[in-house]
Design a protein around this ligand. Sequence first.
Ligand code: ZN
Length: 238
Amino acid sequence: MIDDTTTGAVQSIDGIWITPAGRYWDAVRLPRRLGLDAFNAVTGPLGAVVMAPVTRGMYFLVPPGTTRSWNLPQTVGLGEAAHIALPPAGRKYPPGPYWLVPPRRSQLHTPTYDLHCAVEIALGLRPGRPTADRPDLARLSLKQVKGVHCALCSHRLDQARKLGVFCTGEGLLAEPTELRACAPDCSTTSRSSLPAAGRAQAPEPANWKQPATEHRAMRFDRVTARPRTACCPLRPTS
Ligand SMILES: [Zn+2]
């Protein structure tokens, strides 16, 4: 077990840092589906976001001391006395917790008010952006998931815009994935790139799978010793 006296973090196996909240950041924990809806509804700057596949949750880092009055349903504000399992700096995929948005020195926090508004939109407590651009997640092809084809109209992408991050928890979208669509909208797709009218889209190989998503649970009281392999991703530089 490795201690980091600067951040109070303790490194367990696999480079996971068990780190106290309330010093350099607070965190807001949301269930994954609500969290992704909120993620897509944030209109301002986005700070670091941690995915926790084991618990199907996600954590937004917000400025320290700003979650004391956080009280939205299905969510928990985590400040002093709370600990979060933070992934190693470069981990962007499972197994274990990983960064959906890695920490950046210039943008570590999502502004708490912005996140609060986004969660309210996701909960239906506040009017938000229209949802007409939501793709049919159950019918996406591999090329749509990979960003080669538009996630809305399935035409090959030339100019693309971001639709948001989506996840169904299984199949091609077992983990949150950013989807793209024609820019500025699907009506501008050039005719030459359109498939023949009525031609069905070719199905993707049925055996294509995302990496496994369920892994051992992380428990603070089960950490074991391991040589130090990486710096705590949130350790401030002197
Ligand atoms: Zn399109």
